[in-house]
Ligand binder design. Structure first.
Ligand code: NAG
Ligand code: NAG
Ligand code: NAG
Ligand code: NAG
Ligand code: NAG
Ligand code: NAG
Ligand code: CA
Length: 296
């Protein structure tokens, strides 16, 4: 749009008027006449310059328009929508990040859980093995102490006194054995119910028997059977080797009393009453028992 015409061709007269004598080669301006062609050229140049100026002005205005912040030209509704869109976009990104974080954390938690489970299984296994080893050690220690105590002469679980090994049969929970089954148990162990040949033997065996406090035991089930009865003759106490009890001073107070429907078997019970430890009782009653096996 900018004219390339030389402005030097411009003539100072900016006002012109075409007369009705357009057909002639001359035109009148005021009192003066000018030739037509140069005048047309001048007018065109003038118009060109005006248009150029207008173009420049419009261009400046347009330029300054485009420089305006677009936001100011946006309708409020559009602006709000854009803002919402921007917010939504950023929120979506935020949500996605949060979701990724959650998935990551969940997976890590799962891994820890699995590890914990496997560790727990492993620990349980170790615990079981430990308990097994402890039980084994306890058994070995018990067997060892028994063997050491009996100088290797008695079987594990038996105790040595002078020239015999003794086994103390403990009741299983509340169930003991009657005199007959007690004797059978001793025979099954290659022994028999205990026979105290002398008062000395009786006293020595005392040391190994469980002590009970006077008055805390139950008469029906207390004490341990030994190999002494009056089966053959009432009131004559005879050991199972057919030797009659020939030492005195070991019956508990008031014993033997052949109480009730008859008491023909003898038990031993160590209380705080010194040597007085024998009593007669119903052979059917369930008690603990004492076996003896002489060293050969
Ligand atoms: C599982 O045990 C290993 C080592 O035995 C340990 O490094 C790890 O932290 C344990 N894992 C858990 C979840 O306790
Ligand atoms: C301990 O002795 C008992 C009875 O003789 C036996 O059954 C058991 O195997 C022994 N235990 C060990 C660990 O030697
Ligand atoms: C130990 O046993 C032997 C042989 O059986 C016997 O001669 C001795 O008197 C007993 N000793 C005691 C203190 O009972
Ligand atoms: C004890 O005597 C009875 C009957 O008299 C007899 O059957 C038994 O074999 C004898 N026991 C011993 C060890 O001598
Ligand atoms: C009791 O009998 C045993 C075995 O016959 C015997 O060794 C002991 O000396 C006797 N005791 C008494 C006090 O008679
Ligand atoms: C001893 O107990 C056994 C088994 O329970 C029974 O068969 C037997 O008759 C009982 N004997 C006596 C004398 O109580
Ligand atoms: Ca009695």
């Amino acid at each position: 749009m900018v004219s390339k015409n030389d402005p030097s061709q411009f003539h100072r007269s900016s006002y012109h008027h075409m007369g009705d004598k357009g057909s002639t080669r001359m035109v009148r301006v005021g009192s003066r006449s000018f030739p037509v062609y140069p005048l047309v050229i001048v007018c065109l140049v003038l118009l060109n310059i005006i248009l150029s100026l207008a173009a420049v002005v419009v261009g400046i205005n347009c330029g300054s328009i485009t420089d305006f912040p677009q936001n100011d030209l946006m309708p409020q509704v559009l602006k709000t929508e854009v803002e919402q869109l921007q917010r939504a976009t950023s929120e979506t990104a935020h949500d996605r990040q949060a979701q990724e974080d959650f998935v990551k954390e969940h997976m890590s938690n799962q891994q820890i859980k699995l590890q914990l489970q496997s560790n727990k299984t492993y620990n349980d296994e170790l615990q079981k093995q430990l308990e097994l080893l402890q039980a084994e050690r306890a058994a070995l220690q018990s067997n060892t102490s028994d063997i050491v105590e009996s100088c290797g002469l008695c079987m594990p679980g038996w105790f040595l006194s002078n020239t015999s090994c003794y086994f103390y049969g403990k009741r299983q929970s509340t169930i003991g054995k009657n005199w007959t089954t007690s004797r059978e148990d001793c025979i099954n162990r290659g022994a028999d119910l205990a026979v105290f040949d002398t008062a000395e033997e009786h006293i020595m065996v005392f040391e190994h028997l469980p002590k009970v406090k006077w008055g805390t035991y139950l008469w029906g089930i207390g004490g341990a059977w030994i190999g002494l009865t009056d089966h053959q003759r009432e009131g004559t106490w005879m050991w199972i080797n057919n030797v009659t009890l020939n030492y005195t001073g070991f019956w508990m107070g008031g014993e033997p009393n052949n109480y009730g429907s008859g008491e023909h078997c003898v038990g031993v019970m160590i209380t705080d009453k010194g040597l007085k430890s024998l009593f007669d009782a119903r052979c059917e009653s369930q008690r603990e028992w004492l076996c003896e096996k002489k060293l050969s």
